[in-house]
Design a protein around this ligand. Structure first.
Ligand SMILES: NC(=O)c1ccc[n+]([C@@H]2O[C@H](COP(=O)([O-])OP(=O)(O)OC[C@H]3O[C@@H](n4cnc5c(N)ncnc54)[C@H](OP(=O)(O)O)[C@@H]3O)[C@@H](O)[C@H]2O)c1
Length: 386
């Protein structure tokens, strides 16, 4: 039987947030005790009403006043990063569905409070890996990966020799759909538009991760995410293009055996796995129809036209704040691309040129990380075309 649990969903108005609500609508044993959002206050208010959520987090005082006016005194509203951190301690499981570095307080506060973190927000783990490692040993703290590839790896690692390092694992294989521009040559990539980049072939996701999928930066971020989550060095993590997005990732063991997790692409399966574990919820999201037959294709990624992948490996080897710089510069570049200030072809070169200003330094504290993040963003902004 699945345990009753108090759940918080941070970033409830986004793609993962809404899909988390779908899981909760079908799972009466879970109670939604806290939610947060960024700019979409109207949608936030409707979630609070539907689920009768007692505590809400918003980024600023203007949004707080709007929520108070709409929801009345029965709802407690907290503001800013400290508010988010407070909400994380309220629940048994916290879904971190915030996008970008803004998800950092949720990741750290949830682990420090000794709670289960259902982690979709890969950017916080990538930027803060050494700091997250430090708080992961808090009694009760657990990270369950929502990202479909890492959720697949997590499932395929059950029964393997213990983390960290997993000595009986030869290699983790992360699958990539290849994005909307798979097979494009340099000339074709020169002219791609915002709309084309936002048209992912197999997944419906928020705009930032959809653009990251088109450059393969998302796969690069996922290599770092897997390394931080499972304690496996990046040399033992490979990427393979699998256009159908049915095999979500694989673990190759030292005896040559490969375990894979398969399902139709549906993030609700991963979210339900993280909420219900160790039990499984019988919702059948992503169920495959083997009787109708389907193909599974695999091919190596194009590392020449999609240099983000090798850039991510290089940052992982560099360590310190290099992954934080890469992720911050990428956030700036993707935002500029979405606003029409940067061409698709310029996204990854902007990240690479920003990294040239990074002086290797070990990450010492959250304050230091915030400082490095701010410096990387300032350099990236300075590198944008005028
Ligand atoms: N979507 C997917 O299928 C998928 C799959 C795997 C991993 N992920 C990861 O999951 C995370 C969320 O992705 P998504 O696609 O769901 O993004 P999204 O649709 O853009 O949603 C992002 C959420 O974060 C909130 N937010 C943004 N900035 C914020 C801030 N400064 N403070 C507080 N909240 C803020 C947004 O609020 P407002 O909308 O109210 O502004 C929204 O609720 C990302 O790290 C992504 O890489 C997503």
């Amino acid at each position: 039987m699945v345990q009753p649990r108090r759940v918080a969903v941070m970033g409830v108005t986004g793609s993962i947030g809404r899909q988390s609500l779908d899981v909760l609508r079908r799972s009466p044993q879970f109670e939604l005790v806290a939610v947060s959002a960024g700019r979409r206050v109207e949608e936030l208010v409707s979630v609070v009403r539907e689920f009768r959520v007692p505590r809400v987090g918003v980024p600023d005082d203007v949004s707080a006043t709007r929520v108070r006016d709409e929801c009345g005194d029965a709802v407690e509203v907290v503001v800013g990063d400290e508010g988010l951190a407070e909400l994380s301690a309220d629940a048994d499981v916290v879904v971190n569905a915030v996008v970008g570095f803004a998800g950092l307080p949720v990741t750290l506060a949830t682990l420090l409070a000794g709670r289960r973190l259902a982690l979709a927000n890969k950017e916080s783990l990538i930027a803060a890996a050494p700091l997250v490692e430090g708080v992961r040993s808090t009694p009760g703290a657990e990270i369950w990966p929502v990202d479909s590839e890492h959720c697949a790896l997590h499932q395929c690692l059950v029964g393997s020799s213990p983390a960290p390092r997993h000595p009986d694992v030869e290699r983790l294989w992360i699958t990539a759909s290849g994005g909307p521009f798979r097979g494009y040559d340099a000339t074709q990539l020169d002219g791609v538009s915002r709309d084309e980049a936002l048209r992912h072939p197999t997944w419906q996701m928020g705009p930032k991760i959809t653009v990251d999928s088109s450059t393969l930066m998302n796969k690069g971020l996922e290599v770092l995410e897997a390394s931080a989550l499972f304690g496996v060095e990046v040399e033992r993590i490979g990427v393979v293009v699998h256009p159908q997005s049915i095999v979500h990732s694989m673990v190759e063991y030292v005896d040559g055996s490969v375990l894979a997790q398969l399902s139709a692409p549906d993030m609700r399966l991963a979210i339900a796995y993280c909420l219900g574990a160790p039990e499984r919820l019988d919702h059948h999201w992503g169920q495959l129809d083997f009787s109708s037959g389907f193909r599974l294709d695999f091919e190596p990624p194009d590392r020449v036209n999609f240099p983000a992948l090798d850039l991510a490996y290089a940052c992982a080897r560099r360590g310190g704040a290099a992954p934080a710089w890469m992720s911050a510069a990428n956030e700036v570049a993707v935002e500029a691309f979405l606003d029409g200030r940067l061409a698709w072809r310029e996204i990854v070169p902007l990240v690479a040129s920003t990294l040239e200003s990074y002086d290797d330094s070990p990450l010492e504290s959250v304050a230091h990380l915030r400082d490095e993040d701010a410096r990387a963003r300032a350099v990236a902004h300075g590198n944008l075309p005028q």
